[in-house]
Design a protein around this ligand. Sequence first.
Ligand code: FES
Length: 338
Amino acid sequence: MKHQITFFPSLLSLSVDESETVLESALRQGFRVPKACDAGVCHLCRARLLLGRARHKHSKLEMDASAAALEPVFCCLLHPLSDLHLEIERVLAPGQLPSQEVTVTIQSIEQAAPDVKIVQLLLPAGKKIEYYGGQYLQILLDSENVAAFSIANAPRSDRTVELHIREAQDSDSYALLAKRLKEGELLRVSLPHGETTRFKWQDADKLLFIAASTGYSQFKAILEEMAALGDERPVTLYWGARTAKDLYRHDAIKSFAFLHPNLKYIPVVSDQPEWPARKGLVHQEVLKDLKSDFSGWTLVCGGSPAMVYATFDDFVAAGMKPEQMISDVFDYAPRDPA
Ligand code: FES
């Protein structure tokens, strides 16, 4: 029999079967709970039982919130017998990781397209950096300004990660960043951030990724992570840009799709009449292909807020359910409620 467990103060909740301990079930479902021993010894998973009834894994002793008020309980030894409220710190939801600030060094800069730089950053030695494909980092430019970029790969064994940076001439934060884009420069960054990760589409059967310009970097990381995990679900990636030159990793993603047949890659350019393949705005080309049939699709969209909201609005008007689309933009650039 399953019971609803709610953690306080985070208010995260999950369903746990009586046959499992709270810790076993939480870990299996992707939650992160402090723990070391799984045996009631280290006390890292200690909690306060605020509501409900539970039993001890070994002694079978039953406890309820009133009896347990003075004594801590341990999630690794706790089988629920009813819905529970547990007070415990440092629990993170699936896909959440604690972010940290570190100093990185710019190792190299490549001009990948007329207005795109690929910057290799060297992460500090001796720091464990955890990360999920699809997350981003923030470059802390000064006390008021940050610049956010998707991390385009899982940290490599040589401690490097890459960022794909569009030279946004109209952006104040890019103007600040541009002065710092030099090999050997030290940057303070905060990472990881963002919840556009595999935990958001665990149950999806068909994935459709829509990238505009350097939005591609997020999908590069996600696709590489899927390949590393052996996730061979069908994925369609549309990558839109103004011209073929702006598809700055076109050959690389074509090669990746050749090696991973679950990936269908469709490049789209909007501003180059002689381009021999798909021409137009990327989201409109997606709409044409779907013929307004969104059933079964989970869509992930990466690009500027203007592009993501235009895509969202046109797709909802064409019949997509709002909850079918995932994007970081919805979190970091929410629309005015008005
Ligand atoms: S994990 Fe050590 S006491 Fe629960």
